[in-house]
Design a protein around this ligand. Structure first.
Ligand SMILES: [Zn+2]
Length: 128
């Protein structure tokens, strides 16, 4: 993974890892919740209804926690927030699939233990 020479080691790997994992977990729980609703629609059974409240609560906790911790995760180069939607599209590399927002790409790359780019200045970071 050291093949890219302009990559910088991100100074706070714990913070970005924590935010990424809790955001990824919340996406997973959202998928589970959709699955529960789909199960109810398809089978007409209310067998899994008891899961809706705890899953919803879990999503809330994960998202609030990610927002809270994520508000401290900044790019050392440009000082912008890593987990925030950036308006300008000028800095983004062509690697981004059209349906993914930049901050979610940061999440996905960190979860996959791959280098990630700042959504604002596009500086590449690796996690040690
Ligand atoms: Zn930056």
């Amino acid at each position: 993974m050291n093949s890219v020479s302009n990559s910088i080691i991100y100074p706070n790997p714990r913070i970005v890892r924590f935010v990424s994992l809790s955001l990824a977990a919340s996406w997973l729980v959202i998928v589970l919740l959709i699955g529960v609703f789909a199960f109810r629609e398809i089978t007409g059974s209310h067998y899994l209804d008891a899961l809706i409240a705890p899953l919803g609560f879990l999503i809330l906790i994960l998202v609030v926690l990610s927002l809270f911790v994520g508000s401290t995760a900044r790019c050392p180069e440009c000082r912008c927030l890593l987990f925030k939607q950036v308006k300008s599209d000028l800095s983004m590399s062509a690697r981004r699939p059209i349906f993914l927002s930049k901050w979610s790409l940061v999440v996905i790359n960190i979860v996959r233990v791959r280098p990630f780019n700042c959504p604002n200045c596009n500086q590449e970071y690796t996690l040690k």
